[in-house]
Design a protein around this ligand. Sequence first.
Ligand code: HEC
Ligand code: HEC
Length: 274
Amino acid sequence: MVKLHQVAICALSLFLSPPLFSQASKGGSSAPSTQSIANGKSTFRVACSYCHGIHADGGFRAPSLISGHLSHGDSDDALLNNILHGIPGTAMPANDLEESEAREVIAYLRSLQKPASAPITGSPEAGRKLFFGEAYCSRCHMVFGQGGRLGPELSRIGASRPPEFLIESIRNPDAELTERFVPLDFGSVATTYELVTVTTRQGTRFSGVILNEDSFSLQFMDDREKIHSWSKSELQSIVHEHRSPMPAYAPQQLSDSQLNDLVAYLTSLRGDSK
Ligand code: HEC
Ligand code: HEC
């Protein structure tokens, strides 16, 4: 009797386990629980809000994640990969999270309402004219293959930086110096675009930005885009000025309405030339 009973339980559990299992995995892909959304929210506050804003709608350092256009992919897999491993060549870092925590963050992001997009008041076309004309931005910045190389390439600046950041970059470039991500065999290393003055042993001085620097050598672009490569033993001094080679555009040089036009133009740059 006892034996039969055991066999019955055993058979019952064999019978039950496949449906139970598939039910569990189905549960995982259907609507996430309010608990995992709440967990995702607190993880987001700790790990992400510093850059993406407390409500994920864009912070000072990084774009909104709920605007409806994600330029690096909108699927759960793409999000998961970007969150865990970072986005090479951009300021989006890898995050030291468990996969389950990252999934909770995704559930939280998905739960947020898409806000009405902030009104962009300027004219992108007028901004483009300023950029390549009067304001001289293209002397140092390239957009879709046109312009200079001293400053960062801006063809997708609208996808990577929120408007407040763009405004500060123009009015007060020294406030936060952009990093340049130099690809390595494995990962990348960041150097800062900052003004550097070097003096050679012969006493010649050059100003420009560093392309690459290690303990022994320095590659450097001067303000005419000429690239210099020195071994440090050839140099008398290297002065990091901790400021941007980009001039601050004060309201006397660039009015608020011109600034609005430029920001409208930059915001429209999302990597697809049209
Ligand atoms: C140090 C600042 C910083 C932190 C911290 C940070 N991010 Fe980012 N993140 C960025 C920047 C900058 C970008 C834009 C990259 C680009 O496209 O140039 C970005 C991009 C992204 C993207 C891709 C957006 C798109 O358009 O496809 C996702 C998703 C993302 N971040 C999620 C997160 C999450 C979730 C966290 C926290 C776990 C986080 N980030 C933490 C700076 C940050
Ligand atoms: C003399 C060269 C030069 C000129 C002219 C110049 N820039 Fe810059 N710009 C730079 C350099 C170098 C950087 C990187 C250092 C920094 O953060 O300021 C930069 C940074 C920026 C950034 C921040 C990019 C990022 O991803 O963080 C923006 C936006 C920008 N410039 C826009 C403009 C606009 C718009 C104009 C014209 C009104 C302009 N620049 C004129 C050299 C220049």
